[in-house]
Design a protein around this ligand. Structure first.
Ligand code: HEC
Ligand code: CU
Length: 304
């Protein structure tokens, strides 16, 4: 089991272990008895089958009532845990979670946005989740929470972190080519560290265009499909390192120069010119003028 970092974890693990060991016990019991009886009562020459026993009421009541009791206990643990998870505390901090192919972003009550989820230790947090394309599923193994994120509606989740540290966030609903890279993290910080982080994030309004662009690039999910490293590794889309000022071969063989207008068009009207060898699956991601400008400056800065 992954480490336990939320108030649910101990109870979930207890229920899991309970069911697991009951299953192991009955599996062993049934397999052993099957083998023993198969050997002991096998057909042998000279031994007649004895059909005098038809049933045994005491034994039958026993093996019905005991499992019934066990499944009632299992139901009780499952149901009370479920009720806890679906009863949302009124005093929780609400964070909006935006899922899209293939990235996560998080939006806090004061409007700050981030690509990793920051939460203070010991504070109840409620997530309101939406997807702009297909079904995703938000999963934090260390918190023992998992919730589908469904296009066209909001879904919710709440938890309270009990341990500081960085814990993995995964998408656990197959959502296309980039599914396996749809990763993020939860940073559980002490309340002071969380406050300091929040203050720094919300004061960062005077970013240079390149810095702003870099932020937009990860917040808007561009990084889920494009690398920006020197090796120009392909993800779902082409690597964007060094793209500015270079020639791009389009589907059909035509070559164009990647100038500012090409970059602008590639972002505002993604399928107007499709890069050779790539599927036309980049969707339009709405950007404000300043964000678009930042992204273009950022792409221009990706060079030696
Ligand atoms: C769902 C995956 C996906 C996302 C998200 C995505 N792109 Fe793309 N992008 C692609 C693909 C695939 C191509 C190549 C096909 C084409 O040209 O449409 C591409 C092409 C491009 C190109 C042209 C590249 C070249 O080599 O000529 C640029 C520039 C670009 N994207 C920028 C962005 C920016 C900026 C964002 C975020 C606002 C973004 N993309 C988000 C998949 C994506
Ligand atoms: Cu997903």
């Amino acid at each position: 089991m992954p480490e336990r970092a939320s108030s649910y974890a101990a109870e979930v693990d207890w229920a899991f272990n309970f069911v697991f060991w009951i299953s192991v016990f009955f599996f062993a019991l049934i397999v052993i008895l099957t083998v023993v009886f198969a050997i002991k009562y096998r057909r042998r020459p000279g031994v007649e089958a004895d059909n005098s026993i038809t049933h045994n009421t005491k034994l039958e009541v026993f093996w019905s009532v005991v499992p019934l009791g066990l499944v009632i206990v299992i139901f009780w643990f499952g149901f009370s845990g479920f009720v806890d998870m679906r009863t949302f505390p009124k005093d929780a901090m609400v964070v909006k979670v935006h899922a899209k192919m293939w990235s996560w972003s998080f939006e806090y009550p004061n409007g700050v946005e981030s690509t990793t989820l920051h939460v203070p230790l010991g504070q109840k947090v409620k997530l309101r989740m939406d997807s702009s394309d297909v079904l995703h599923s938000f999963w934090v193994p260390a918190f023992r929470v998992k919730q589908d994120v469904v296009p066209g509606r909001y879904t919710y989740l709440w938890f309270e972190a009990i341990k500081t540290g960085t814990f993995r966030v995964l998408c656990t609903e197959y959502c296309g080519t980039g599914h396996s890279t749809m990763l993020s993290a939860v940073e559980v910080q002490s309340p002071e560290a969380f406050k300091a982080w929040m203050a720094e994030e919300s004061s960062g309004k005077n970013l240079s265009p390149v810095e702003r662009g870099k932020k937009v690039f990860s917040l808007k999910g561009c990084a889920g499909c494009h690398t920006v490293t020197k090796d120009r590794k392909k993800l779902v889309g082409p690597g964007l390192y060094g793209i500015f000022g270079h020639e791009v071969t389009l589907a059909g063989g035509k070559k164009v120069l990647a100038d500012e207008n090409y970059l602008r068009e590639s972002i505002l009207d993604p399928n107007a010119k499709v890069v050779n060898g790539f599927p036309p699956i980049m969707s339009l991601i709405p950007l404000k003028d300043k964000e678009l400008d930042g992204v273009i400056e950022y792409l221009k800065s990706l060079k030696d």
